[in-house]
Design a protein around this ligand. Sequence first.
Ligand SMILES: *[C@@H]1O[C@H](CO)[C@@H](O)[C@H](O)[C@H]1NC(C)=O
Ligand SMILES: *[C@@H]1O[C@H](CO)[C@@H](O)[C@H](O)[C@H]1NC(C)=O
Ligand SMILES: *[C@@H]1O[C@H](CO)[C@@H](O)[C@H](O)[C@H]1NC(C)=O
Ligand SMILES: *[C@@H]1O[C@H](CO)[C@@H](O)[C@H](O)[C@H]1NC(C)=O
Ligand SMILES: *[C@@H]1O[C@H](CO)[C@@H](O)[C@H](O)[C@H]1NC(C)=O
Ligand SMILES: *[C@@H]1O[C@H](CO)[C@@H](O)[C@H](O)[C@H]1NC(C)=O
Length: 449
Amino acid sequence: MGMVLILIFFFFSLISSISPSYGFDPLDPYGNITIKWDLLLSTSGTNNLMVSIYNFQQYRHVEPPGWKLNWAWKGKEVIWSMQGAEATEQGNCTEFKGSTLPHCCEKEPFIVDLLPGTNYNAQTQNCCKGGVLSSMKQDPSKYVATFQMAVGGSGTNSRFIMPENFNLGVPGYSCGGAVKVEPSRYTTDGGRRWTQAIATWNVTCMYSQSLASPTPRCCVSLSAFYNQTIVSCPRCSCGCQGQPGTKCVKSTDHYLFRRELSSVKTGRYGETPPLLKQNQDPTPVVRCSEHMCPIRVHWHLKQSYKQYWRAKMTVTNFNIMKNYSEWNLVVLHPNLQSLTQVFSFNYAPLNRYGYINDTGMFWGLPFYNDILLQEGKNGNLQTEILLRKDPEIFTFREGWGFPRKIQFNGDECVMPPPDEYPSLPNKGLSAFATTPFIILFSLFLAFML
Ligand SMILES: *[C@@H]1O[C@H](CO)[C@@H](O)[C@H](O)[C@H]1NC(C)=O
Ligand SMILES: *[C@@H]1O[C@H](CO)[C@@H](O)[C@H](O)[C@H]1NC(C)=O
Ligand SMILES: *[C@@H]1O[C@H](CO)[C@@H](O)[C@H](O)[C@H]1NC(C)=O
Ligand SMILES: *[C@@H]1O[C@H](CO)[C@@H](O)[C@H](O)[C@H]1NC(C)=O
Ligand SMILES: *[C@@H]1O[C@H](CO)[C@@H](O)[C@H](O)[C@H]1NC(C)=O
Ligand SMILES: *[C@@H]1O[C@H](CO)[C@@H](O)[C@H](O)[C@H]1NC(C)=O
C-alpha cells in the first residue's frame, strides 16, 4: 500500500515536471487571452475598430507594467485616433500634410493602456487600468480591456485588412493569427434592439511557463506537527548561487544591501547579463538562499483534531525588487473537497473537470493582504485552513497531508521529493500527537514560520 502511494506521488511529480514545457496547464486547460477586433464602421478610407482583450484564464493575471500590444500592418495603414489606449510612438508621419497628423504612423505599433484616473475624453468602457488584467476568478469585473481606434491612411482601399504578428507584450504569452469569427452583437434600447459588427476577428494568446522563464520561480517546503524535520525547498530549485545569470544579495541590511545591489546591477561580479529573449521575464534579484527562488511556499501540517485537521500556509517573497500585487496560489490536494474554513485569504474551488474538486485557488483580501511586499519589507503572508477528515480517504500516512502541487501566480512550484516528506513515527499517531513535547514543538513552528 505504502509503495503504491509513493509511486502515485512520483507520478504526480513527473506530471508536474513535464506539463509546463508544453504550454498546457492541466489545472486551467482552456485558459487563454483572446484579443477581439470588431470592425464597427467602414467608410471610404476610414475604418472604426474596437479592440477588446479578454483574460479567459482561471487564475493567471496580467500584472504591472501590464500588456503592450503589438502587431504588423499588412499595408500602409495609420491610426488616425485612439480612445482608451495610446500608441507608444507616433512614428514618421511626414507624408501627411493636413492640419492634423495621425495618432500613429508606425508599421508595427505598440499600444499601451491608459493609466487609472486618466481624465481625457479619451476614455472608453473597460479602459485605463494601466494594462492590468485580473483573472476570471479573482475579479470578474476587471478581466477585459477595450480601446477604440480609427484606421486609415494612404493606399488602403475601404476594405479593412487585419494585421498580423500579434504580440501581447507580456512574458510567457505567444499569439496565433487572426481568425474571422461570427460578428459581435451589441444590445441597445434595453435589449429590444440588437446591432452587430461588420466583421469580427479573434486572436488567441496562450501562456507557457517555460517561455516566461527558463527556470522555476517558486518552491515548496514542508513540516508537520508529528515530526521535527523541516523539509526545505530542494537545493537549487530555481538556480544555484554563483551560477552565471543568477543574481542574489546576501544581506538586506540597509548599507550592505545597497552596495551589493549596485554591484549586481553593474555586473561587477564579472557576469555578463544574460540576453533576454522576447517575452521573457528578466532574472529576478533575490536574497541568497539554497533554493534561489523568488517565492517560497511553506506548508505546515499543524494540528489534528477528532474530525478535522489544520494546515498553515506561508508565502515568503525573496525577491528584493518586486511587490506581487493580486498574487494567487493554486493548490491541489484531495481533501480540498472538504475544506471547511479559510482564515484571512479568499478561496474559490477550481472545478476544472466538473466532478473532482481537489483544486482550489487562494488569494489576498483587497486592501488587507492582496499585495505580497518585497523581501526586506515584511514580505510574507499566511493563512490557516481547516479541513474535514473524510472517512474514506483521510490518512496522515505517506505524506497524504501535503499538497500534490502548488502554483504561485500560475507558475508551478518545485516540490521536495516524496521520499523526503516528514514521515509519521512508527508508534502511531494518536499516542504521539498527545505528548506535550509535540504540542510545544508545533507552537514553536507556528511562531517560526
Ligand atoms: C479561450 O477561452 C475561451 C473561454 O474559456 C474558450 O471558449 C475558447 O475556446 C478558448 N480558445 C482556445 C483557442 O482555446
Ligand atoms: C519619413 O518618411 C519619409 C517618406 O515616407 C521619408 O522620406 C523620410 O526619410 C522619413 N524620415 C525619417 C526620419 O525616417
Ligand atoms: C471570439 O472572442 C469572443 C470574446 O473574446 C468570444 O466570446 C468568442 O467565443 C470567440 N469566438 C471564437 C470562435 O473563439
Ligand atoms: C513595494 O511596496 C512598498 C510599500 O508600499 C514600497 O515602499 C516599495 O517601494 C515597493 N517596492 C517596489 C519595488 O515597488
Ligand atoms: C466541491 O464541489 C461542489 C460541487 O461542484 C461544491 O458545491 C462544493 O462547494 C465544493 N467544495 C469545496 C470545498 O470546494
Ligand atoms: C521525520 O521525517 C524524516 C523525513 O522523512 C524521517 O527521516 C525521520 O525518521 C522522521 N522522524 C521521526 C521521529 O519519525
